[in-house]
Design a protein around this ligand. Structure first.
Ligand code: NAD
Length: 363
């Protein structure tokens, strides 16, 4: 059964949880807005379902509240940045702002970010650059989170290593392609394990090579309130797109991991996102002013493709905007189990029962 919570109430509660953990009120609100923003965009896997895990990470020292980035290299078109295990929602936008500033000055920039806490929905950072009129490309790894079997494999070797590109459109919404290179993001397995949307058939692989959609394959035996710890399961998520998707995942590990200094995914490593980003100013790359008009013409023609009955032709970014419009109006649906895990996290940082319940009372 789903509970629907108004956006403002959910954001306020999550912000109080992070403030209770020691974040400044600005950081607490930023993390909360980002997580609720992922729910609004329809990506429940990267939304408030993460609150209990973030709470655990702060307590274990894996995430450090109120952190700032360190500039290891600061050249005209290159920056190498250490997020020093700050909240991803704090260090990722700082890194993106540096990439934007350099690309606006030089036409192009490359930014390597290492040791970032979980940066959530990568599209949020690409949209930040698109708002400034810049194209951006992001290769991300999640070092320490070994969950995905390469094409043809049974054993875990890759993280869910997301890839993202955003292309701004003058006077229109940007194209935002943003996905995990695993068949499903790990958070989608967590959502399915807590009564949310089930996994597609064959999203997971068992140790004997059989395909599966049972979340217990990743987390081990499931109890309603129990943890979702991927170290307890014996199966793996499969890479998407056969050999091509598995190849892109490998590239994300090598660029988002090895090149940024985050390190490609390996056993025993503390969780950290690494992100290698390229920023391009189309105004500088396109002296004949063809890009905007040509992209608009092409997107229009693309959208007019005759569709298979029952299907709609969408451009990347459209499903998220549709979800956002609906959920802003109606509220964010959460499974009862997800709500209970957030409420428990809120109580654990000292919020009173009446305060927690007020979030629901506003429905
Ligand atoms: P997904 O499978 O839902 O794919 C999303 C992408 O596909 C979007 O660009 C969307 O606009 C596009 N899309 C969806 N349906 C479409 C359609 N019918 N036609 C055209 N385009 C369509 O995404 P996912 O793999 O589940 O990833 C979810 C989120 O998880 C992403 O935001 C990703 O950045 C994030 N993620 C983060 C990490 C991390 O470590 N921080 C790791 C993995 C994933």
């Amino acid at each position: 059964m789903n509970i629907v919570i108004p956006v403002d109430s959910l954001t306020a509660l999550c912000a109080e949880v992070f403030e209770g953990l020691g974040s400044s009120s600005e950081e607490a609100r930023r993390v909360a807005v980002s997580l609720v923003g992922a729910n609004l965009m329809g990506h429940d896997s990267h939304g408030v379902i993460r609150v209990p895990r973030y709470v655990d990470w702060v307590r274990s020292g894996d995430i450090v509240p109120n952190q700032t980035i360190e500039r290891l290299v600061d050249a005209p078109v290159i920056a190498v940045l250490d997020g020093r295990y700050g909240f991803g929602q704090t260090v990722a936008p700082l890194a993106v702002a540096i990439g934007i500033e350099k690309a606006k000055a030089a036409g192009l920039s490359a930014v390597a970010l290492r040791n970032a806490g979980h940066i959530g929905r990568v599209g949020e950072w690409a949209e930040m650059a698109a708002t400034e009129g810049l194209v951006s490309i992001h290769f991300v790894n999640a070092a320490g989170s070994i969950l995905v079997a390469p094409f043809g494999g049974i054993e875990r070797r890759l993280s869910t290593a997301p890839f993202c590109v955003a292309i701004p459109q003058e006077g229109a919404e940007p194209v935002v392609l943003d996905f995990a290179t695993s068949l499903v993001a790990e958070g989608k397995v967590a959502v399915a394990s807590r009564g949310g949307k089930s996994l597609p058939e064959g999203a997971l692989v068992a140790p004997d090579g059989a395909l599966s959609s049972d979340p217990a394959m990743l987390y081990g035996p499931l109890t309603p309130a129990g943890p979702r710890d991927a170290r307890l399961g014996s199966g793996a998520i499969r890479a998407f797109g056969e050999h091509k998707g598995s190849g892109l995942a490998l590239i994300c590990e090598l660029l988002g991991g090895s090149l940024t200094g985050n390190g490609a995914t390996r056993p025993g490593r503390r969780f950290a996102n690494g992100m290698f980003s390229l920023y391009i100013d189309p105004a500088r790359m396109d002296p004949s002013h063809l890009f905007g008009g040509d992209a608009a013409r092409y997107l229009d023609w693309f959208k007019q493709t005759k569709a298979i009955p029952g299907q709609t032709i969408l451009t990347p970014g459209e499903p998220e905007r549709a979800a956002r419009a609906k959920r802003l109006a109606e509220g964010v649906p959460l499974s009862a189990e997800t709500w209970e895990s957030i409420a428990a996290a809120a109580r654990s940082v000292g919020l009173e029962e009446a305060r927690v319940n007020r979030t629901l009372a506003k429905i």
